[in-house]
Design a protein around this ligand. Structure first.
Ligand SMILES: [Zn+2]
Ligand SMILES: [Zn+2]
Length: 365
């Protein structure tokens, strides 16, 4: 077991000023730094007590960081006023304006990056939607990303940051966002979705398959209600490669999904569907659960490319259970492929958001 995680830190002190302290920020947990034997290169950063050293080696030991040269043992290293930071190690590479705090826990490095909110929004857009998609689809994604981020503030407060960099919260681009993603954030700056006066933790999915999901039955905000994504045969997300899919599952695969011993078989029964036809509750072997939990269960047992959503019908083909499905993901909130389709038909970002969030309000903070 690796107890020490060494990395060197190249420091170039620059006179360029950092972002103003009045800028609204959000903090992201960078767990990859914690896991990786990382080499960190910092440009344009300053840190107290840096002296004239340009290259540092920092080692995590227990709850302390050992900094060389200097032989100092510190509890944290803070790098701020930095227009750019590059962390390279195990493929992890972060170049972002902001403040990076490194600390150690149980001999592992932990990084928390605090960066301007709008920079974060642009980076979520860049990571979650192809930048060559229509500008109004990107703008709709920016509002969803901003709403989600603000509603998630403190979600990881126990670990000292707001949002994680995994799908649990939102993926983000650790490298500078594309110009078009940045434009989407700038164009919609300050705009969010709210519900009952609260910022909405607005969800999104790749492809709804023609009908968005009921949030309440998939563990997502109840403000998200089933919405028909265009008339039958002309659905806005029809161009998605995931619009239609089929999964053929053996009784043994259903058994594995149910968590039974290898080789054991199981059957699935749909108990209820939401008004869009998505599975709301199902029973698999002896387990009864909601659609969201069922989808997670399929993904973990069979991989994420087999059963892509809960919008499916069931039929038998001999011993095989055939799922004829549509869409990819939980299906609630913004349908990304649908947003693309709508933007291509000249709907603007406000119209797109109102279509997918009819019970939410679109407001400027
Ligand atoms: Zn998270
Ligand atoms: Zn759709």
């Amino acid at each position: 077991m690796r107890r020490f995680v060494p990395f060197s830190l190249l420091l170039a002190v620059a006179a360029r000023p950092g972002w103003a302290s009045t800028v609204e920020t959000i903090s992201i947990g960078l767990w990859d730094v914690a896991r990786a034997p990382a080499r960190v290169r910092v440009s344009g950063a300053s840190t107290p007590g840096a002296g004239t050293a340009r290259v540092w080696t920092v080692t995590a030991s227990g709850g302390r960081l050992h900094v060389e040269p200097g032989g100092r043992a510190v509890s944290r290293v803070t790098l701020r006023g930095s227009p750019q930071m590059i962390i390279a190690g195990n493929g992890s590479h972060v170049a972002a304006p902001g403040e990076l705090v490194l600390s150690a826990r149980d001999g592992r490095l932990k990084g928390i990056l605090k960066l301007p909110l709008e920079e974060y929004v642009a980076r979520v857009v860049a990571r979650e939607m192809p930048s060559d998609w229509p500008a109004d689809a990107l703008a709709a994604q920016a509002v969803v990303a901003r709403s989600f981020a603000l509603a998630s503030r403190g979600r990881h407060a126990r670990d000292g940051f707001d949002v994680c960099s995994l799908t649990h919260c939102q993926l983000w681009s650790p490298s500078p966002p594309t110009t078009r993603a940045r434009q989407a954030a700038r164009r919609t700056e300050g705009w969010i979705l709210t519900s009952g006066g609260q910022t909405l933790r607005a969800p999104f999915c790749s492809t709804c398959g023609g009908y968005t999901a009921d949030g309440a039955s998939s563990g997502l905000p109840a403000t998200c209600v089933p919405v028909r994504d265009g008339p039958p045969g002309r659905e806005f997300c029809r161009a998605s490669p995931h619009f239609r899919w089929q999964a053929r599952l053996s009784p043994q695969e259903l058994g594995r999904t149910a968590g039974l011993a290898e080789g054991q078989t199981a059957e699935i029964k749909i108990l209820s569907r939401d008004s869009g036809g998505r599975v709301a509750r199902a029973r698999l072997a002896a387990t009864e659960e909601d659609g969201g939990a069922l989808l997670m269960r399929f993904g973990r047992a069979l991989g994420w490319a087999r059963v892509k959503s809960c919008l499916f019908t069931l039929r038998k083909d001999g011993p095989v259970t055939v799922l004829d499905g549509r869409g990819l993901g939980h299906g609630a909130g913004l349908c990304q492929w649908g947003a693309r389709g709508r933007a291509l038909q000249a709907q603007d970002w406000k119209g797109i958001l109102r279509a997918y969030f009819p019970k939410a309000e679109l407001v400027r903070r």
